[in-house]
Write a protein that binds this ligand. Structure first.
Ligand SMILES: NC(=O)c1ccc[n+]([C@@H]2O[C@H](COP(=O)([O-])OP(=O)(O)OC[C@H]3O[C@@H](n4cnc5c(N)ncnc54)[C@H](O)[C@@H]3O)[C@@H](O)[C@H]2O)c1
Length: 266
C-alpha cells in the first residue's frame, strides 16, 4: 500500500500561466491560484486590465506578473515564454482559459463570427500550448508532472438553447483535442485535462451575471457557479491530487450536463 495519509492539494511555489486572466473566471482563478501560493503569469489583451489584476494580486500578498497579448500572436507567445522563464525560472501549469462566443440566427450566422470563435477557442489554444510546451517539459517529471488545463464548456457536451453554433462546436472540439493532446504530452510528463464549466457570472455569460437567480432555477444545484467552484477544480487538477487525471474533462456545472432530467419526462 502506498504510504500516503495526507494528500497534497498544494500548488504553492508552482508557476502558472493563465490566459484571459483579466476578467471573469480567468481572473478569479488567477486570484485563487496566487492565494494558494502559486506564482501567476497573467495574460490578456489589454495592458491596463492586466496591470489591474496583477496589482490586486500583489496587494493581497500574492506573486504575479502580467503580459498584454493576443493568444493568436505566435511571436508574442515565444517572447512571453522567454520572459516567464527569466522572471519565474520555469512553467508548471498552463490554464487555457481565453475564449469567446458568437450568437446569431442560423440563416444569418456570419463566417467572420464562426472564424473568430473557432480561431480563439480551438486554434489558439493548440498553438499557444505548442509554444509553451518546451518550457513546461523542462520543468516536468514523473513525480511532478506539468499540467495543461483546457477550459471547455458544458456546451461542448450538451446543446444549449442559444444559437451559438461555432461556440458549441468549438467547445466539443476542445474536449476531444484535450484527449488527443493528453495522449502526446503525457510522454513528456505533462497531464492535459479539461474543465467544462456550467453557468458562471461573467462578461461572456451576461444572463448569469445580470439574472443569476433566474438562471439558477434551471440548474439542478439551484445556484450558478462561484469563483471557488471553478478555481477549486483547477487547483485539484493542478496539484498532486490531480496527477492521474489525463485527457478527461470535468464538468463543473451543478449537474446541468449529467444530472438534469428532461422536462419532457414530466
Ligand atoms: N461564464 C460562463 O458561464 C462560461 C461557461 C462555460 C465556459 N466558459 C469558458 O470560460 C472561459 C472564460 O470565460 P468568462 O466567462 O470568464 O469570459 P470573460 O469574457 O469574462 O473572459 C474572457 C477573457 O478572455 C480574454 N480574451 C479574449 N480573447 C483573447 C485573446 N485573443 N487573447 C487573450 N485574451 C483574450 C478577454 O479579454 C477576457 O478577459 C472561456 O473559455 C469560456 O468559453 C464560460
Amino acid at each position: 500500500m502506498e504510504p500516503v495519509r495526507k494528500l497534497s492539494r498544494s500548488i504553492a511555489g508552482k508557476v502558472a500561466l493563465i490566459t484571459g486572466a483579466a476578467s471573469g473566471m480567468g481572473r478569479a482563478t488567477a486570484h485563487i491560484f496566487a492565494g494558494e501560493g502559486a506564482k501567476v503569469a497573467v495574460l490578456d489583451l489589454k495592458q491596463d486590465r492586466v496591470d489591474a489584476v496583477v496589482a490586486e494580486i500583489k496587494a493581497e500578498g500574492g506573486e504575479a506578473e502580467g503580459w498584454a497579448l493576443d493568444v493568436a500572436d505566435g511571436d508574442g507567445i515565444i517572447r512571453v515564454v522567454k520572459e516567464i522563464e527569466a522572471r519565474f525560472g520555469g512553467l508548471d501549469i498552463l490554464v487555457n482559459n481565453a475564449g469567446a462566443a458568437w450568437g446569431a440566427d442560423f440563416a444569418e450566422y456570419p463566417e467572420s463570427g464562426w472564424d473568430k470563435t473557432m480561431d480563439l477557442n480551438v486554434k489558439s489554444l493548440f498553438f499557444l500550448t505548442q509554444k509553451v510546451h518546451g518550457l513546461m517539459k523542462a520543468a516536468a517529471s514523473g513525480d511532478r508532472p506539468g499540467k495543461v488545463i483546457n477550459i471547455a464548456s458544458i456546451d461542448g457536451i450538451k446543446i444549449n438553447p442559444w444559437e451559438t453554433y461555432a461556440y458549441q462546436a468549438s467547445k466539443a472540439a476542445v474536449i476531444h483535442l484535450t484527449r488527443r493532446m493528453a495522449a502526446r504530452l503525457i510522454k513528456d510528463n505533462i497531464c492535459v485535462a479539461g474543465i467544462a464549466p456550467g453557468a458562471f457570472a461573467s462578461e461572456m455569460n451576461k444572463a448569469a451575471k445580470n439574472a443569476g437567480d433566474a438562471v439558477a432555477k434551471m440548474i439542478p444545484a439551484k445556484r450558478i457557479g462561484r469563483d471557488s467552484d471553478m478555481a477549486g477544480a483547477a487547483v485539484f487538477l493542478a496539484s498532486r491530487a490531480g496527477d492521474y487525471v489525463v485527457g478527461d474533462t470535468l464538468a463543473v456545472d451543478g449537474g446541468v450536463a449529467y444530472s438534469q432530467i428532461s422536462e419532457a419526462w414530466g
